[in-house]
Design a protein. Structure first.
Length: 130
C-alpha cells in the first residue's frame, strides 16, 4: 500500500471554498453574456426553424445540439440570469450610497453636538422632563 487516496487527486484550487464560490458566481455572468445568447438563438434557429422550412437536420445534430425545449429554456435562463445580475449590481450600488449617506449624517450630527453642546444638552434635558 502506498497510502495514496482519492483525496490526493483533488485539485487544491478547487478544494478552496472561496475559489469554488468565485467559479460558481461566474456562471450566471457567462450565461447572460451576449455571445452566449446569440449562440443559443443560432442553435434554436438551426434546430427549430430550419426543419420547419424543410431543411433536414440529422439526428446526431439534434442529439448534440439538444432538443427544442432545452434551447428555449436555456435562452430564458440566460435572459433571467442577466436580469438578476443587473438587479444585484443595482442593489449593491444603492446599498453603498445609503451606507455613505448614513455615515455622513452621523458625522454631521456629532459635529453639531460638539459645536452646539450647550444648546443640545438643554434640549436633551427638556425632552427628558416631558
Amino acid at each position: 500500500m502506498s497510502g495514496h487516496t482519492d483525496a490526493d487527486d483533488v485539485d487544491p484550487s478547487l478544494a478552496s471554498p472561496a475559489r469554488l464560490q468565485a467559479h460558481l458566481q461566474a456562471i450566471p455572468r457567462a450565461l447572460a453574456s451576449t455571445p452566449h445568447v446569440f449562440l443559443l438563438m443560432a442553435l434554436g434557429l438551426y434546430l427549430v426553424v430550419l426543419p420547419l422550412v424543410g431543411v433536414s437536420v440529422s439526428a446526431k445534430a439534434e442529439l448534440i445540439g439538444g432538443n427544442y425545449t432545452n434551447v428555449a429554456s436555456a435562452l430564458g435562463a440566460s435572459i433571467a440570469a442577466g436580469g438578476t445580475l443587473h438587479l444585484i449590481r443595482h442593489a449593491r450600488r444603492s446599498q453603498r450610497v445609503d451606507d455613505e449617506r448614513l455615515c455622513l449624517t452621523r458625522e454631521i450630527h456629532e459635529l453639531l453636538h460638539r459645536v452646539h453642546a450647550d444648546g443640545a444638552s438643554t434640549a436633551d434635558d427638556r425632552e427628558a422632563t416631558t
